[in-house]
Design a protein around this ligand. Structure first.
Ligand code: ATP
Ligand code: MG
Length: 328
């Protein structure tokens, strides 16, 4: 197997803030690799360093065997980027946006025209090639940006939040394109997301990133299996008593979150009645009980003690406090 990206102790500081904190990992050629984490986790900063748009504070990385600091031009030629914020020219047509990018990369005109037609067909936009981007939907714009990122035959494609703000159907559609690119064209894809489902369904492997650090890295399946089975969530006014009562050999793990106790165990459906009986005999009140298969949200919660949503709400609150302080 060929290594497409190798990252060693990569770190980026902004004054006192460590946005990316000593991360190391490798990505194989043809992999779809996801960086999953809440707002401010350091995902875009990581991609910006790998794409040579931002110098690292320390550490190193190679893309396609090329060092990001020693040969940034070489790296740029071998990668395509789709930015988090839309970067199309709205007043230009789909074709013109593509053509402009092709000229920047000095692709000769004949090859350029052929390649543009091929890529617009791939993302099903060839029929709309002469329409201005202003008239495109969010999903169409994203597809056009992906096509543009592929114009100069990159071997690695960076996608920063490829489906942010898109409806579920469009998101599904984009996932299919991305999967096809990796499978049929052998393109290595590194994407960032804070959508659990996107990481789960689309990525071969993911790194969960929080406060600039990688807290877990594996296939989605291994991460979920690592929780030790199904999850039973028990709501109770006395969660501490529930947690204490469930120290049993058939229980793999017990965690308390807010007013709920989350229990991991194999074959939960067979054990739920034992749980209820056990709690009843000890007169521990139960307000709710649910069983579900673990999701990446459960994995995130288990590693950080918070859900991604709570994490993001916390960041927003900190920002509001900061704004209030600045005003006074
Ligand atoms: N140019 C900059 N100057 C100062 N701080 C920055 C700069 N760019 C990013 N940061 C900070 O670095 C941290 C990581 O930001 P980054 O954009 O990498 O997060 P992210 O994971 O991409 O988040 P989101 O999901 O919101 O896109 C944040 O705290 C952010 O405020
Ligand atoms: Mg970002």
């Amino acid at each position: 197997m060929t290594i497409a990206l190798q990252i060693l102790n990569l770190t980026r500081r902004f004054n006192d803030l460590v946005a990316v904190d000593n991360i190391s990992f490798e990505i194989q050629q043809g992999e779809i690799f996801g960086l999953l984490g809440p707002n401010g986790a350091g995902k875009t900063t990581t991609l910006s360093m790998l794409a040579t748009m931002l110098p690292p504070t320390s550490g190193s990385a190679t893309v396609n065997g090329i060092d990001i600091e020693k040969d940034p031009d070489g790296v740029r030629k071998s990668i395509g980027i789709v930015f988090q914020d839309q970067s199309l020219d709205e007043e230009l047509t789909a074709w013109e946006n593509m053509d402009f990018h092709g000229r920047l990369y000095r692709i000769p005109s004949e090859a350029r025209a052929q390649r543009i037609a091929e890529l617009l067909t791939l993302v099903e936009l060839n029929e709309r090639r002469d329409d201005i981007v202003k008239t495109f939907s969010g999903g169409m714009r994203r597809r056009l940006e992906i096509a543009r990122g592929l114009l100069h035959h990159p071997v690695v494609l960076f996608l920063d939040e490829p489906t942010l703000g898109l409806d579920p159907q469009t998101r599904n559609h984009l996932w299919e394109y991305i999967a096809t690119l990796a499978k049929e064209k052998g393109i290595t894809i590194i994407l960032t997301t804070h959508y659990m489902e996107e990481a789960d369904r689309l990525c071969n492997r993911i790194a969960i990133i929080d406060h600039g650090r990688i807290i877990a890295i594996d296939t989605p399946k291994n991460l979920k299996d690592g929780l030790g089975g199904d999850l039973v969530t028990i709501g109770s006014p006395d969660p501490a008593a529930v947690a204490a009562a469930l120290i049993e050999p058939w229980v793999a793990r017990v965690e308390t979150h807010n007013n709920e106790v989350i229990v991991s165990l194999k074959n939960a459906d067979q054990h739920v009645s034992s749980i209820v009986t056990l709690l009843n005999t000890r007169h521990i009140p139960i307000s709710s009980i649910t069983i579900h298969k673990p999701t990446l949200e459960d994995v995130f919660l288990s590693f950080t003690g918070k859900t991604i949503r709570e994490q993001e709400a916390g960041i927003k609150e900190t920002m509001r406090m900061h704004q209030r302080m600045m005003r006074h």
